[in-house]
Write a protein that binds this ligand. Structure first.
Ligand code: PLP
Length: 408
C-alpha cells in the first residue's frame, strides 16, 4: 500500500472564520468533560437557558411527522410559504410578493450560504457591516467573493456610517448586507440610515441582503423598519426564521423572501432555485412549524415587554457592564446580545481571543471576542443576554473582577 497522502482542508476555507464556536469552545467542552460547570454565553440559543418552545409549534411539528417522511418541494411546502406571505401582508408597507418568492431553509444559515454561492464570482465585492454576524463574511469568502467591511459607528449607537459605505463602493460591488436588529451590537437602525443605504444601493445598482432574524426582539419602544419597505423599487432579499423569535433554533427553520423588480435578476434567482433543488428540500417536519409559529400566539411579546424576561436580562447585562471601570456599552435596543467596549487606556488588550480564553479558564464563563465579529481592534466582547438576570449579572461582575487585575 502506498503511504497515505496528507489531507488538508481546501484552500477555499482560508478566510472562513466562525469564532462563535472556535477554539475557546473546544476548551470549554474539555473543562466540562473534566466535571466543571461552564456558563456558555457564546451562542444565541434560547433553549439552553430555559426558554420553552411555544406549545402549538411543538404540537404541529409532532402531528406532522407521520406525513412528513418524504421530500417536499425544493422551495418548501406551500402552506408554510403561504404563511410567510400572510405574515408580511399584515404590514402594509412591505412590498407584495407571492409564495413563489419564498424559499424555506434549514435555518437562515443555509439560505445565506445558498445566496452567496448563487451570487458571487471570483473578486465580486460584498459590503458587510463591521462588526457583523460572521457567517455573512465567511460565506462571502467561501462563495469566492471579497468581503468589504463598512463601519457601524459606536458613537452613533452603532448605526451604519453612510459615508463609509459610500466610500467603499467600487465597480466590483454586487451587494450590501444589512443586519437589523444587529448581532452583535443590538442596534436597531433608524429610518434615515435605512433610506441612506437604499439610496446608495439605488445609485450603484446593488442587491440588498437584509438579515432581519431579530425583527421581533425589540426593547425601549424601538421600531423595526423592514429594508424591503424602504426600498420597494430595489431587489431585496429578506432573511428571517424561527430560531430566535420562536426559540426553536434546533429545528433549523428559516425563510428568504424576494421582493422588488426581478426581471433584471432572473439568472441570479434561477441560481438560488437551482441550489434549493440540489439540497432537495429543507427538513420537512420543521417546515410544518412555520405555519404554526406565524399564525399562533406571538409569545415573544411578553418576553420583550418591560417586565418580560428578555427585557430584564438586557437591563441587567447593560447596567452591570456599565458599572465596570473602563468598560462601556451602547444599550442594545434589540436582539439577544451586548457588545461592550474595553477602554484601551484602562485595559491593555492585544489579543482579545486570548482574553476570552484566559477568562474562561479562570472563571468558567465563555464569551466571544469582538474580532470574531470582524471588528478590527481587540477592544470588544460579545455577551449573550439569555441567562436569567441574576446569573448574567453575576457572570459580568466576575468579568469586572477578572479585568481589574488582568494584564497581557
Ligand atoms: N443571522 C443572524 C444575525 C444570527 O444572529 C443568526 C444566529 O445567531 C443567524 C442568522 C442564523 O440563524 P439560523 O438559526 O436561522 O440559521
Amino acid at each position: 500500500m502506498s503511504p497515505l497522502r496528507p489531507l488538508d482542508q481546501s484552500g477555499k476555507l482560508k478566510d472562513v472564520l466562525y469564532e462563535i464556536r472556535g477554539q475557546a469552545l473546544v476548551e470549554a467542552d474539555r473543562l466540562e468533560a473534566e466535571g466543571h460547570t461552564i456558563l456558555k454565553l457564546n451562542t444565541g440559543n434560547p433553549a439552553v437557558f430555559g426558554f420553552e418552545a411555544p406549545f402549538q409549534i411543538v404540537r404541529d411539528m409532532i402531528e406532522s411527522i407521520p406525513e412528513a417522511h418524504g421530500y417536499s418541494d425544493s422551495k418548501g411546502i406551500l402552506s408554510a410559504r403561504r404563511a410567510v406571505v400572510y405574515r408580511y401582508e399584515q404590514d402594509p408597507t412591505f412590498p407584495p410578493f407571492g409564495p413563489e418568492d419564498v424559499y424555506l431553509g434549514n435555518g437562515v444559515s443555509e439560505l445565506i450560504t445558498m445566496t452567496m454561492q448563487a451570487l458571487l464570482d471570483e473578486g465580486d465585492e460584498v459590503l458587510i457591516p463591521a462588526p457583523d454576524y460572521p457567517l455573512w463574511t465567511a460565506m462571502t469568502s467561501l462563495g469566492g467573493g471579497t468581503p468589504v467591511h463598512y463601519l457601524a459607528d459606536e458613537d452613533d449607537g452603532w448605526q451604519p456610517d453612510l459615508e463609509d459605505i459610500r466610500s467603499k463602493v467600487t465597480p466590483r460591488t454586487k451587494a450590501i448586507v444589512v443586519i437589523n436588529p444587529n448581532n452583535p451590537t443590538g442596534a436597531v437602525y433608524s429610518r434615515e440610515v435605512l433610506e441612506g443605504i437604499a439610496e446608495i444601493a439605488r445609485e450603484n445598482s446593488l442587491l440588498i441582503l437584509s438579515d432581519e432574524i431579530y425583527d421581533r426582539i425589540l426593547f425601549d419602544d424601538a421600531v423595526h423598519i423592514p429594508m424591503a419597505s424602504v426600498a420597494p423599487d430595489l431587489l431585496v432579499l429578506t432573511f428571517n426564521g424561527l430560531s430566535k423569535t420562536y426559540r426553536v433554533a434546533g429545528y433549523r427553520s428559516g425563510w428568504l423572501v424576494i421582493t422588488g423588480p426581478k426581471q433584471h435578476a432572473r439568472g441570479f434567482i434561477e441560481g438560488i432555485t437551482l441550489l434549493a433543488s440540489t439540497r432537495l428540500c429543507p427538513n420537512v417536519p420543521a417546515q410544518h412549524a412555520v405555519q404554526a409559529a406565524l399564525s399562533g400566539v406571538q409569545s415573544i411579546d411578553a418576553l420583550i415587554a418591560p417586565t418580560g424576561r428578555l427585557h430584564e436580562q438586557r437591563d441587567a447585562a447593560w447596567k452591570t457592564l456599565e458599572s465596570i471601570p473602563g468598560v462601556s456599552c451602547v444599550k442594545p435596543h434589540g436582539a439577544l446580545y451586548a457588545f461592550p467596549r474595553l477602554d484601551p487606556e484602562v485595559h491593555e488588550i492585544h489579543d482579545d481571543g486570548r482574553l476570552v480564553y484566559d477568562f474562561l479558564v479562570a472563571e468558567h464563563v465563555l464569551l466571544v471576542q469582538g474580532t470574531g465579529f470582524n471588528w478590527a481592534t481587540p477592544d470588544h466582547l460579545r455577551i449573550v443576554t439569555l441567562p436569567e438576570a441574576r446569573v448574567l449579572s453575576e457572570a459580568i461582575e466576575r468579568l469586572g473582577n477578572f479585568l481589574a487585575s488582568y494584564r497581557q
